[in-house]
Write a protein that binds this ligand. Structure first.
Ligand SMILES: Nc1ncnc2c1ncn2[C@@H]1O[C@H](COP(=O)(O)OP(=O)(O)OP(=O)(O)O)[C@@H](O)[C@H]1O
Length: 663
């Protein structure tokens, strides 16, 4: 790979010994495209022609290393032009004081993804800086970004630890020695919504080489800060990650504004005498002149899905009208037009497909039974599971329910505070049995190590969302498992989804051991009752405080019956309060009952808890060799994806039965 030696060393240290397919294809193209011409002064036409070969459109399956496919050429260019690595110590010292000039802008659709890309880039550089036999410990700067409060689970197996930016290094082996303060080889900053604007402004004032951002916050800052807009006009690299999502209609109006800043203007403005005399116009043309000179930007457009057909909304019966349509029309032209990448080189690994190491399965059940089947699955197949739910309200219902059932669940959706979002992600990533209950905000790009299962509690609205959601497991050639939970009302949509994906075979059904269900059902029933009672109490409290606040604001005295928790003599008030009161009084009793049920062992049919050496199923060997499911006595520790491999599809079973019948 034509990369800077420091990066090669870093990749080696992270255990990335071979490039992935997309990296093998994209990196040489990108490096070739950028290196020679970025140093030359070409004529406009020549430069235009060259740019066609410079821009890279990368389409490759989820978890295939696209982040490094675009990051490495950029980092390599920065390191190759960095005086620190070319031994020019004097310039290096000067650079320590000087403000960095922005070279690259990476735009991502979600905040978590932007922070993750930032971390991933830093890890490779930090690993490359490690001395042999020594561990680099990233020493934090005084908390600069709130995100640093949370240890984000970065990509790869980097040894960087702690929070803060990786601007200083110390030798862990030496324990105390901290290397003298040096400017980072590559300075990376992230600008995302939900975190302190002031702190981000300070970061920008200091300057950086690479900015990783979400479009909304970046554009807000651009509008206030003309220096930032000027910096963006001069960047050498623009990356649009998850490009199809970024340009989806109605998603990121700001993206177009930002990309427009990077556009090249052709030819110097023809000034009239009157124009020349006008100072404002003169200033504006000077600005235009600056941008005119730019013929050296390289654009990267990356995603696992760039096919328009995958974006068709499967809801509202859209799929019906699409019957019979085959093939996938590419939206590449549309992308190119909108982000003005002038063609570019396309590096493709198979598109639209799911990763080969992913196993899929389906469970058909009533909507009202989805909680039960999810609970069954989470106990039956322990591991790190990511559950996608169709609405925030759904997450708000499911999370407390499963907390009561003592499942370690963490919610993730756009209405949570950003700090909480990051905390929950971190907790999920560090709990081997954690369950993240998320909306599609977690569908794209997130690289959480070893997610064992992705569960579609509700089906996604588009096929591309299904691909991205499912792509949170089975990453970097690991095994993974995806489960569709389908109610009778969703059956048509499920068929449309499979058709959109070009699939003809039915998915294998998840085998459910019915013996476990009655006890689980009872637990879920009681947990629901508690949840309902608590919800009613919360709602009543909320209503009451609203009433009090409104009364205060209007300077009205409220009847004491309306604000008192005590039973009132007033018949009407009593009848209104009683059911809520009853519910609240029930909570301790229900909790006690649930605790009792949770303490009871769950057993497969024919297993005796008291006498594991007897019963129709003897489980003592399993218990001794620890091959028994810890939560369910008599269930094996087989992984979900292994069960699917061994399981024939319904279609195959039917075929087999009909063949037998004919004989
Ligand atoms: N050459 C490599 N060898 C081994 N692992 C790699 C290599 N390159 C990247 N990885 C690891 O593969 C994982 C997936 O990479 P990445 O997140 O870049 O995938 P992606 O293609 O961007 O996925 P998505 O489409 O879901 O965003 C990461 O943990 C990354 O550290």
């Amino acid at each position: 790979m034509p990369l800077h030696p420091l990066l090669k060393k870093g990749l080696h240290k992270l255990g990335f010994l071979n490039p992935t397919d997309i990296q093998r294809q994209a990196i040489p193209l990108a490096v070739d495209g950028v290196m020679p011409s970025m140093q030359d002064n070409k004529g406009a036409g020549e430069a235009d022609a060259e740019r066609k070969n410079r821009d890279i459109v990368g389409v490759a399956e989820t978890g295939s290393g696209k982040t490094l496919a675009y990051s490495l050429p950029i980092l390599s260019w920065l390191l190759s032009t960095d005086p620190a690595t070319t031994g020019e110590q004097e310039r290096f010292a000067r650079r320590a004081k000087a403000r960095r000039v922005l070279s690259a802008l990476v735009l991502c659709p979600t905040r978590e993804l932007a922070l993750q890309v930032h971390k991933h880039m830093e890890q490779v550089v930090a690993a490359g800086q490690e001395d042999e036999g020594e561990e680099v410990v990233v020493v934090e700067e005084p908390a600069e970004e709130e995100v640093d409060d949370v240890k984000l689970n970065g990509k790869g197996k980097g040894k960087s630890k702690g929070k803060g930016k990786s601007s200083k290094v110390k030798t862990a082996a030496a324990g105390k020695a901290v290397a003298p303060k040096q400017p980072p080889l590559v300075s990376i900053a992230s600008i995302v919504g939900g975190l302190s604007v002031q702190k981000q402004k300070r970061l920008l004032a200091r300057g950086c080489d690479i900015l990783v951002a979400t479009p909304g916050r970046l554009w807000d800052l651009c509008k206030e800060d003309s220096d930032l807009a000027t910096d963006i006009k001069r960047i050498k690299f623009l990356v649009i990650d998850e490009a199809d999502r970024m340009i989806e209609t109605g998603h990121f109006a700001e993206l177009e504004e930002i990309v427009a800043l990077t556009e090249r203007k052709k030819g110097p403005a023809q000034l009239t005498n009157a124009d020349v005399a006008d100072p404002t116009f003169k200033r504006a043309t000077r600005e235009i002149d600056l941008t005119e000179a730019r013929d050296d930007m390289q654009t990267f457009v990356f995603s696992a899905t760039l096919s328009k057909d995958l974006q068709t909304n499967l809801k509202r019966g859209n799929w019906r009208s699409r019957k019979g349509k085959a093939g996938k029309s590419s939206t590449l032209g549309r992308h190119s037009a909108r982000i003005r990448i002038w063609g570019g080189q396309r590096t493709d690994t198979p598109e639209g497909g799911l990763v080969a190491t992913l196993r899929e399965s389906i469970v058909e059940c009533l909507n009202t039974d989805k909680d039960l089947y999810l609970y069954y699955f989470l106990l039956r197949y322990p591991g790190r599971s990511l559950v996608f739910v169709g609405s925030i309200d759904g997450i708000r219902r499911i999370t407390p329910l499963f907390e009561m059932l003592k499942v370690p669940v963490y919610p993730l959706h756009s209405q949570l505070q950003q700090k909480q979002r990051l905390k929950n992600l971190d907790r999920f990533a560090s709990s081997s049995n954690g369950v993240l209950i998320a909306t599609d905000v977690a569908a794209r790009g997130l690289d959480i190590p070893s997610v064992d299962h992705v569960i579609h509690f509700q089906l996604p609205r588009t096929a591309d969302a299904y691909i991205h959601r499912s792509g949170r497991t089975a990453r970097a050639r690991q095994d993974g498992f995806s489960l569709q939970m389908v109610s009778p009302e969703e059956r048509g949509m499920q068929k449309a989804l499979m058709k959109s994906l070009g699939r003809t075979n039915e998915l294998p059904e998840l085998q459910v051991e019915p013996g476990f269900l009655p006890k689980l059902r009872e637990r879920v029933r009681i947990a629901r009752e508690i949840e309902k009672a608590q919800h009613a109490v919360k709602k009543a409290k909320h209503e009451k405080s609203w009433l009090q606040e409104t009364a205060e604001a209007m300077d009205i005295d409220l009847d004491s019956d309306l604000i008192s928790d005590e039973e009132s003599d007033d018949e009407i008030a009593r009848s209104r309060k009683k059911p809520k009161q009853r519910l609240r009084d029930n909570v301790p009793r229900l909790r006690h009952e649930l605790d009792g049920l949770l303490a009871q062992p769950l057993m497969a049919r024919g297993v005796s808890a008291k006498y594991p050496t007897s019963g129709s199923r003897v489980v003592i060997d399993d218990l001794l060799s620890a091959t028994n499911n810890p939560q369910m006595l008599g269930a094996s520790t087989t992984k979900a994806h292994e069960v699917v491999d061994a399981r024939p599809t319904l279609k195959k079973v039917r075929k087999f039965i009909s063949k037998k019948g004919k004989k």
